[in-house]
Design a protein around this ligand. Structure first.
Ligand SMILES: [Zn+2]
Length: 142
């Protein structure tokens, strides 16, 4: 069993697919602001923890049916690779790892994923004590 997220979203202006997971998230492709929000981070953490408790961040089978599932899949592989690397600098590791992927026509997702992965990592790390919403982090540099 795996925990999927069936949320889909396309930018109304440029039709790029992404998940507006925090208050300040703009379309990563064109910078358009849209009022839609989806509380993606807590669900992503549940899904990651669920997989990890079964032995690996990477589930045995994973059918991608939404942009959320696509993003989750990237997180699974990133977190598994990071765990294996024993790197202590997650941010640095994720930048290298994500930048090395072939993004094809979804280039805009790379910087977006770096930011999102850092957000998930921080929340997962402090998950036991932090409030579920947390603070929106400013990360303008990449
Ligand atoms: Zn857009």
């Amino acid at each position: 069993m795996t925990l999927h997220i069936n949320y889909d979203h396309q930018c109304a202006s440029c039709s790029a697919e992404y998940v507006p997971y925090d208050e300040k998230i703009l379309c990563p492709n064109c910078g358009n602001f849209e009022p839609d929000r989806y509380d993606f981070i807590p669900e992503a953490i549940e899904s990651l923890k669920f997989n990890r408790s079964a032995g690996s961040y990477i589930p045995g089978a994973w059918l991608v049916e939404s942009i959320s599932d696509h993003i989750l899949n990237l997180l699974f592989y990133l977190f598994a690779a990071h765990e294996k690397s024993e790197s202590e600098d997650f941010r640095h590791f994720s930048v290298d790892w994500l930048s090395s992927l072939d993004w094809e026509d979804q280039d805009y997702l790379c910087g977006y994923m770096i930011q999102l992965a850092a957000r998930v990592y921080t929340a997962l790390d402090g998950e036991t004590t932090a409030d579920p919403v947390g603070n929106t982090e400013e990360s303008s540099e990449s």
